[in-house]
Design a protein around this ligand. Structure first.
Ligand SMILES: NC(=O)C1=CN([C@@H]2O[C@H](COP(=O)(O)OP(=O)(O)OC[C@H]3O[C@@H](n4cnc5c(N)ncnc54)[C@H](OP(=O)(O)O)[C@@H]3O)[C@@H](O)[C@H]2O)C=CC1
Ligand SMILES: O=C1O[C@H](COP(=O)(O)O)[C@@H](O)[C@H](O)[C@H]1O
Length: 510
């Protein structure tokens, strides 16, 4: 297990510290059933099953207590499902085979009881075979399904598949985004699901919250004296949160066209990051305290102004046969958000996301104000920036001005660089889904989206989304492989971002 072992130890080390002292959960002895609904689909194959495999491989899922069920309408056998996912798991054939033996497939529809009764029977048989005391078993339902079927599926689970009584066991539901299309539909969905399950049973997953450097944000901000006095409107000029992909919608055009880049990336992934960058220090690491602070930030965001938005659509997007010829859906957007509170008044938060651009990356870029009284006359060289590179090549670096080595007293831009590949050589960084599924098993909701958080997020974007849906705002065309519409860079400059010309950060090699 080598480096995996290191990670296991580190994780339990973290728990032994302050975190779990506040999260003491009674010991859970019952067996665990993980049910992947939509098991025949893309997400299940590429993310959910591989994440379960990695947890298994690292010893987080014990073969004596865990069983995994796949459920979907497609009529396939256990072995056919195993063959579909095998190639996405790993190279250790023996471990892969043992893992696959834990999986059973049940076929059934999403809106009738027969299939769910059969599923319940299979789960119960597994529980009995493991001598799980009545009511002590744990059932985790992962909805890797289109949102249109969430309501019926949740109803069926509630009716047919709940853990039978309360003896330390539980039933939990993991729901994938998109959670609705606007404020009203999200609230309807929340109300419907809320009638069936307690909030504590619901895990609304946003996989960006499982990324290593996103999880590091609270540690960085609140465990380092460096940042505490600087993290405010007195010192920070602007913050950019950027997502770029260098490929288009690639076979997901039908789904994407209904949602667009704001619903797909900005309203959830980037806004969640904004919360962690901008929130106040929570009372403690208790999930509810953290989520309370996130909600407060969201509620302080001012209505979005038209002049703070640039939309784009890449040339060729509408050639996809699943995309309507007249589609007005943005594949690119820059949106400037303004937070009306004591810490952030006047600091633009620039959220930028796009498909089919010149590169793939996700990062947070905090740009500081100019130094007052510039005796070195170096301000034109560039401003201080603190950059958190989420992917690829996880890193954080501080761009700063230093003396050019040599006899002359001249200045140059350089950086303090913490590149993970170099600093943590050989330490595997867990996939976001792996971490988040483990959290659901542990019942830790810190990295999941609470109902009021979701509502506040939709409140920010719904008016803009409705204007786009009604054709009142049009995306500008951009070339695939470009930086997006030029107007986006103009908006960036207008918002106060000062680009450092001639400086490029190159991730260090080993
Ligand atoms: N794919 C990805 O990378 C990501 C996906 N997501 C979200 O995860 C969820 C699942 O995504 P993904 O796996 O791509 O979706 P799929 O389109 O692959 O659907 C998953 C399964 O659901 C069933 N299904 C598909 N369409 C319908 C329908 N109209 N009515 C009923 N059942 C249907 C199919 O199973 P069967 O016909 O066998 O029942 C299918 O195999 C979605 O909410 C998506 O937005 C989120 C982030 C990334
Ligand atoms: O949720 C989504 O995220 C992916 C990008 O995820 P990443 O972890 O690879 O950065 C994006 O491609 C997809 O459109 C979106 O639905």
């Amino acid at each position: 297990m080598g480096s995996g072992q290191w990670m296991v130890e580190k994780r339990s080390g973290l728990e032994n510290d302050s975190f779990l002292k506040e999260h003491e959960t009674p010991s859970e002895s019952g067996c665990l059933s993980i049910i992947v609904l939509g098991a025949s689909g893309d997400l299940a194959k590429k993310k959910t099953f591989p994440a379960l495999y990695h947890l298994y491989r690292q010893g987080f899922l014990h073969p004596d207590e865990v069983h995994i069920f796949g459920y979907a309408r497609t009529r396939i056998s256990d072995d056919e499902l195993r063959d579909r996912i095998r190639g996405y798991l790993g190279k250790e054939a023996e471990v892969v085979s043992k893992f696959l033996q834990l999986i059973k497939y049940v076929s059934g529809s999403y809106d009738t009881e027969d299939g769910f009764q059969l599923l319940d029977k299979e789960i119960s048989q597994h529980e009995v075979s493991k001598n799980s005391a009545e009511g002590s078993s744990r059932r985790l339902f992962y909805l890797a399904l289109p949102p249109s079927v969430y309501p019926t599926v949740c109803r069926m689970i509630r009716k047919c598949c709940m853990n039978k009584s309360d003896n330390g066991g539980w039933t939990r539901i993991v729901i994938e985004k998109p959670f609705g299309k606007d404020l009203e539909s999200a609230e309807n969905l929340s109300a419907h699901i809320g009638e069936l399950f307690e909030e504590a049973q619901l895990f609304r997953i946003d996989h960006y919250l499982g990324k290593e450097l996103v999880q590091n944000l609270l540690v960085l901000r609140f465990a380092n004296r460096f940042f505490l006095p600087l993290w405010n409107r007195d010192n920070i000029s602007n913050v950019q949160i950027v997502f770029r992909e260098n490929f288009g919608t690639e076979g997901r055009g039908g789904y994407f066209d209904e949602y667009g880049i704001i619903r797909d990336i900005i309203q959830n992934h980037l806004l969640q990051i904004l919360c962690l960058v901008a929130m106040e220090k929570p009372v403690s690491l208790k999930p509810e305290y953290i989520r309370d602070e996130k909600v407060k930030v969201l509620q302080s965001v001012l209505p979005i102004r038209d002049e703070d938005v640039v939309l784009g659509q890449y040339e060729g997007y509408r050639d996809d046969p699943t995309v309507p010829d007249q589609s007005n859906t943005p594949t690119f957007a820059t949106v400037v958000l303004r937070i009306h509170n004591e810490r952030w008044e006047g600091v633009p938060f620039i959220l930028k996301a796009g498909k089919a651009l010149h590169s793939s990356k996700a990062e947070i870029r905090v740009q500081f104000k100019d130094v007052p009284g510039d005796i070195f006359k170096c301000q034109k060289q560039g401003r201080n920036e603190f950059v958190i590179r989420l992917q690829p090549s996880e890193a954080m670096y501080m761009k700063l001005t230093v003396k050019q080595p040599g006899l002359e007293m001249s200045t140059v831009q350089s950086e303090l660089d913490l590149s993970y590949m170099q600093r943590y050589q050989g330490v595997p960084i867990p996939e976001a889904y792996e971490r988040l599924i483990l959290d659901t098993i542990r019942g830790d909701q810190q990295h999941f989206v609470r109902r009021d958080e979701l509502k506040a997020a939709w409140e920010i974007f719904t008016p803009l989304l409705h204007r786009i849906d009604n054709g009142e705002m049009k995306p500008k065309e951009y070339q695939p492989g470009s930086r997006g519409p030029v107007e986006a860079d103009e908006l960036l400059a207008k918002a106060g971002y000062v680009q450092t010309h001639g400086y490029i950060w190159i991730p260090p090699t080993l």
